[in-house]
Design a binder for this molecule. Structure first.
Ligand code: COA
Length: 259
């Protein structure tokens, strides 16, 4: 059981909801700890193939780190806080299974950083993205300077980080921060549809693909391709590979067993 999260499973899809709507789902220390725990649970649960991460209520995905807690911090605490958040968000990115952010409202500061740690981002028309930390006299500390620069380019990332300006869903789509924009009513259904489509594939291939693409952040083209060749070979050692190719040749739907 979690105090600040909701966690449910629908078939092979898990839904994690940050649940502090009265504080716009701001990430206090307890919530960061719980996010670490829930994604450990997701990692260890073989029945979970895909996870959707969203925020409770109609206003926010996550409106950032908890500013009340921030206000009481100092230099030493700040470094530890940043390292802890970075560790949890890195664990999400390196989960080895796909995580889809369904951004239903404000995704600011740590909220934008959390969405960026997910593998795929979908947004509702109500979504608002931004890194407004500069207004608080700080910079993004949960990986945002690095992920935003890689996702939208360094110049654009710096403009958002240095001004604290927020962008709407349409602009987030235009700059490549989100894959799709849906109406607020449609968002969770579309996220579920995408999750179920991915869950219907052979999960060995899905996981190798996630691993290969996540690795692009740390590898050169050459090293990445070596990794790709190894992961490609792992797929070929699977029963799913035999099943997928045989099903194609026999003109039938494959029945993957994730073996
Ligand atoms: N940390 C702690 N509490 C937060 C919060 C945060 N990041 N964001 C919102 N809240 C709280 C507010 O203090 C308020 O609590 P209260 O009702 O006890 O006063 C409640 O959530 C609702 O927020 P409110 O500001 O009244 O909503 P709004 O619709 O007027 O404004 C925002 C929405 C998102 C524009 C505004 O809340 C905001 O700017 N939040 C901070 C965003 C930010 O700087 N994030 C980066 C943090 S590093």
């Amino acid at each position: 059981m979690y105090e600040n999260l909701l966690f449910e499973k629908k078939g092979n899809v898990a839904i994690v909801t940050v649940n502090r709507p009265e504080k716009l789902n701001a990430l206090n220390d307890a919530t960061i700890t719980e996010l670490g725990k829930v994604f450990e649970e997701v990692k260890n649960d073989d029945e979970i193939y895909v996870t959707i991460l969203t925020g409770a209520g109609e206003k926010a995905f996550v409106a950032g780190a908890d500013i009340k807690e921030l206000n009481a911090m100092n230099v030493v605490g700040g470094e530890a806080m940043s390292a802890k958040g970075q560790g949890v968000f890195n664990a999400i990115e390196n989960l080895g299974k796909p995580v889809i952010a369904a951004v239903n409202g404000y995704a600011l500061g740590g909220g934008c950083e959390l969405a960026m740690a997910c593998h795929i981002r979908l947004a509702s028309e109500k979504a608002v993205f931004g890194q407004p930390e500069v207004n608080l006299g700080i910079i993004p500390g949960y990986g945002g300077t690095q992920r935003l620069a890689r996702l939208v380019n360094p110049g654009r990332a710096l403009e958002y980080i240095l001004t604290g300006d927020m962008i709407n869903a349409k602009e987030a789509f235009r700059v490549g921060l989100v894959n799709h924009v849906y109406s607020a009513d449609e968002l969770m259904n579309k996220a579920m549809e995408l999750a179920e489509k991915i869950a219907s594939k052979g999960q060995i291939a899905v996981r190798m693909a996630v691993k290969a693409v996540v690795a692009t952040k740390e590898t050169s083209q050459n090293e990445g391709q070596k990794l790709e060749a190894g992961l490609f070979a792992v797929c070929m050692g699977s029963e799913d590979f035999k099943e997928g190719t045989s099903a194609f040749l026999e003109k039938r739907k494959p029945e993957f067993k994730n073996k």
